[in-house]
Design a protein around this ligand. Structure first.
Ligand SMILES: O=C(O)CCC(=O)C(=O)O
Ligand SMILES: [Fe+2]
Length: 358
């Protein structure tokens, strides 16, 4: 498994402290200068790698602990209970519970005698993700309705997750303000930037990657989450102390480990912000890897829990590149695109891939 390195002057993932944007009014000792410095560091990190570790994001330890405690309680439920809020077939609405890749875990023997790399790669693509997830949107979303468990299955879950959605939407909104400061947006650019965020159309996901024994790792094929980009504006993610999240350094092509750091968020740029900035920001390819079995302790690998929040524009919003990023040296790379049309193409492709696995 690759890990973050600082060799060859390539930075490991930068940590940026955004507290100048989150400090409460009364205690605000921060100056415009401090905001500018923090916003600029954020912008630089998203230019370098498209990934950044955020501290000073305003979420308390208690809030983060509570979010994971609900996530654990949810996935600890028996499968039949979780299936009382099933994700419907297809990708709309993208809400509710999806089980572990229908246990479509392929054993090494399934790969047969094939030795050609291409054949093996083809087979590996058939390995489904060993994870379960629960998708949540805004209660005010006019296009997709939430799918909740009956309240007696997990009392207070709905209320807590609705509050978490709203809280993370606040945090993401403030981070967008920090981007505006760092990019030096004029009034028009600021308006366009803020339109990349729709409080009603973003998405919260709870994720559980179950533990895997060393023996299973040695004898079967597992994937946790294959490499992909996120297609919204940006994603902020909480992760427990079990690593595995990796992003591809676009300069070296190597995957770097986004090692968990208590109390921090991981932020990654999505395709919309990449288009908005004409590739000045990178929508980095990322994945959750399974380590080499031989490097795993006898106890196997522990469960990973993560909580991404995908900030997104309204479905009908048309995303155009900001003029300040189009120059003679950097001609426009992207046509304006409607967010729901873009999403339909990307998610259809993902869905077909899944169907192909059946
Ligand atoms: O579990 C993780 O850390 C990654 C999740 C992710 O990339 C996604 O859900 O898009
Ligand atoms: Fe992702």
């Amino acid at each position: 498994m690759s890990s973050a390195t600082t060799d060859n002057q390539r930075p490991a993932i930068a940590t940026v402290d955004l507290s100048p944007f989150f400090a409460s009014e009364e205690s605000a000792t921060n100056t415009a200068q401090e905001r500018l410095a923090a916003g600029s560091a954020l912008v630089q990190a998203c230019h370098d790698l498209g990934f950044v570790i955020i501290k000073g994001h305003g979420l308390s330890k208690q809030e983060i602990d509570d979010a994971f405690s609900w996530t654990t309680k949810l996935f600890d439920l028996p499968f039949e209970e979780k299936m009382k809020a099933p994700h419907p077939p297809g990708n709309m609405p993208h809400r509710g519970y999806s089980g572990i890749g229908k246990e479509k875990v392929y054993s090494a023997a399934d790969l047969g005698e094939q030795t050609e790399d291409a054949d093996v790669a083809q087979q590996l693509r058939k390995i489904s993700d060993f994870k379960e997830s629960y998708e949540i949107g805004s209660e005010h979303d006019d296009q997709q309705q939430n799918i909740w468990l009956p309240d007696d299955v997990l009392p207070e879950f709905r209320r807590s997750m609705t509050a978490l959605y709203e809280r993370l939407a606040d945090v993401a909104g403030t981070i967008l303000v920090a981007f505006g400061a760092g990019l030096g947006c004029d009034e028009d650019a600021q308006v366009a930037l803020m339109q990349l965020s729709s409080r009603r159309h973003s998405q919260l996901r709870l994720l559980h990657y179950p533990p895997i024994t060393k023996h299973k790792l040695q004898t079967e094929m597992f994937a946790r989450l294959p490499a992909h980009t996120d297609w919204g504006t940006f994603t902020i993610l909480l992760q427990n102390n079990q690593g595995g999240l990796e992003l591809r350094d676009p300069h070296s092509g190597e995957f770097l480990h986004a090692a968990p750091e208590e109390g921090t968020l991981v932020l990654n740029i999505g395709d919309m912000l990449q288009r908005f900035t004409n590739d000045y920001f990178i929508s980095a390819l990322h994945r959750v890897s399974v380590p080499d079995p031989e490097a795993v302790p006898d106890g196997g690998i522990a469960a990973r829990y993560s909580i991404p929040f995908f900030l997104a524009p309204a479905p009908s919003h048309v995303i155009s590149t900001l003029p300040q990023f189009v120059t003679a040296e950097a001609p426009a790379k992207y046509e304006p695109v409607r967010f729901d049309e873009y999403g339909a193409i990307v998610s259809k492709y993902q869905y077909q891939q899944n169907e192909g696995e059946e």
